[in-house]
Design a protein around this ligand. Structure first.
Ligand code: HEM
Length: 178
């Protein structure tokens, strides 16, 4: 690939990053508007947001992560892959890993966000119903669930880091040999 030429068929795979990033920003902005509606705000405050408890899961955790991981990080991943290949004039180490970092991050953030909303709403309901027993039972399921989906999301980051590091390693070793 000559320096400056960019759009190989493999690169088209980055388009899904841009679409997913826009979609997650859309969800995050709608979430942001809903959580300032006075009745919703009052409910979130009554279940502990933003300081702790179930409310904290919804605002700021779910809201922050759908925007920063779903919106910003996916965009940064695509930009890094595109810019590295364009500036170096060399392909990314593995386009299979480009797809893997996309799907692990996207499935991870979707499940992380849905879990925070689901457990936040359910535990909030039991908190307001003064049903601490049910709340505790649900919270016991929340722990392993959020740890699992957080790991899936983390895998997306770590595959991306590995792919970029291997691309850089190959680029600099080839430059060194040249
Ligand atoms: C695999 C990736 C990630 C995981 C598993 C993760 C997980 C978490 C968890 C569990 C918390 C809550 C800690 C608590 O109980 O207070 C948290 C807080 C936070 N995270 Fe992440 N995070 C990730 C990536 C990121 C990234 C990339 C950013 C920003 C670019 C970010 C921004 C934040 C912020 C701002 C908070 C604090 C929210 C608050 O309480 O005000 N996270 N994260």
């Amino acid at each position: 690939m000559k320096p400056g030429t960019t759009t190989t068929p493999d690169m088209k795979g980055l388009l899904k990053y841009l679409i997913a990033s826009a979609a997650f920003f859309f969800i995050g902005t709608v979430h942001g508007v809903i959580q300032v509606i006075p009745s919703v705000r009052a409910w979130l405050d009554s279940i502990g947001s933003p300081y702790g408890g179930p409310g904290h899961m919804i605002d700021p955790l779910a809201h922050a992560h759908i925007n920063v991981v779903g919106g910003v990080v996916l965009l940064c991943m695509a930009v890094t892959y595109y810019m590295f290949a364009t500036i170096s004039g060399r392909p990314i180490y593995s386009y299979r890993l480009v797809n893997h970092s996309f799907w692990w991050t996207t499935i991870g953030i979707s499940c992380f966000y849905s879990s925070l909303l689901f457990f936040g709403i359910l535990e909030g309901h039991y908190l307001l119903a003064h049903n601490s027993e049910a709340m505790e039972k649900i919270h016991h399921v929340y722990g392993p669930t959020i740890a699992t989906v957080a790991t899936v999301m983390g895998m997306g980051f770590w595959i991306f880091f590995a792919n970029i590091f291997m691309t850089a390693k190959r680029y600099f070793s080839q430059r060194h040999d040249a």
